[in-house]
Design a protein around this ligand. Sequence first.
Ligand code: ADP
Length: 493
Amino acid sequence: MQGCTLQEGSLGRSPLIELSVVLGGARRQGRGENLRVMSPVTGEQLASGPAAGSDDIEEALALAVGALPGLRRLGRDRRCDLLQGVADELAGDEARLSELLTLEQGKPLPQAREEVADAIRMLRHTAEEGRRLADAPPILADTTKRAMLIREAIGVVASITPWNFPLAIPIEHLAPALAMGNAVVFKPAETTALTGVALCDAFLAAGWPPGALACLSGGGAVGAELAAHPDVDMICFTGSSETGHIVAGVGAGKELLLELGGNGPTIVFADADLDRAAEGIASACFYAAGQSCAATERILVEEGVLDDLTIRLAKQAEQTAVGDPREEATALGPLHTAELAAKVDRHVQGAQAAGATVICGGRIDPSRPTPLYFPATVVSGVPPDCELFREETFGPVAALTPFRDETEALRLAELGSYGLVASIWTRDLPRALRLADAVPNGNVNINEHSNYWELSLPFGGAPRRSSGVGRIGGEETLRRMSTIRTIVIDSRG
Ligand code: ADP
């Protein structure tokens, strides 16, 4: 069977299917090294076949360069229509895509459905924003002149994406890039290549020109070759800080949009509504098994309420059902990879060795089909010098560290190298605003958990931190993925 579409209702069995790339408007076999896609849910092989090779990269880029004049002629209005068409395609395929996401990525089915719905909303939102985006020319000192500002594409965009949201994150790149008239060569994470190909299918079915979008299934080497290629004008990368910095290095001189790791602080003061805080924090710790750059990881708690919050979080953790993500009642599926499971385990054990107390969870469940099922975990009294505090854990772990006063809270919040989302819980609004201004984070949610975000809100890392550059969300991204040509006319003829 050509391609990699899982049949509807195929969740119970895992068909062995052939991996493909999408090139020139059709699925094809890649010309690179063999790649296997395994299910973290069952441990079975979902697909295998040759990944993209150098010839595929060259061909995709030549087609992308060739597609640029046609994309320009289409115009932004029509391109936004085509994005609405992709949304319609995904909406018509919601059940199959959700099942594929669950089997390939490992997230519980209700969360997979949410991701498909988010991707659809994102496409529609970008189409609407794309139509509205306008640039007013300035008033000129020279009254004989008139100025025009023409917003146009940057050129060829390489989109390199991770496995945690294999549908929604690519849409965050692809929709604004294509709306603004760029051509995109997309490299999905190697472990979620099937979802990547399925997404490209939807774009092509909606009528995007064949060269406008390619999907190069493959590993880091494909991403590295793509990022360094002279025909790539812009790199959109979402992934780890470590890889993001490598990509920024090889992509020197190109436009960059980098969404990298996060380990933002959640700061809880004694005057906060602890019930609301615990509920919000638990959801942001355990949603998607904590595998989100905005997930809540380290929680700084005013010392008088440390035990109160710990108990509340432990209750929430115990109610977070771990299990087969294909079952509706499951809230927590497997972690995505063995490397990640080893890291989460190391962080928790390291904190324990440094004096923290594991209140609940803390160990992989050995009774599951893969050694990737990590239960919702609460660790209290985490010292600030251990990995669980300083590094991005990317697992379902709530790590609590006490502080005495606002000064100490800020000092602890500043530790580590990340700067994505901070969350502050207090009824003292002046204090909340003081801290919101002071913390080194690109996004701050007050009396709301760290995972809260809406498409219209700019999202990204703070300067001088290792969480990335540029913003995802709304108009900001459309502007970042385009450039302005300024034309001046002298009215004297
Ligand atoms: P993780 O460690 O969570 O898998 P990465 O940041 O390594 O995250 O991966 C994110 C994306 O970057 C994936 O698509 C991956 O294949 C790709 N990638 C990995 N290494 C490189 C590299 N050196 N250059 C470009 N892309 C890379």
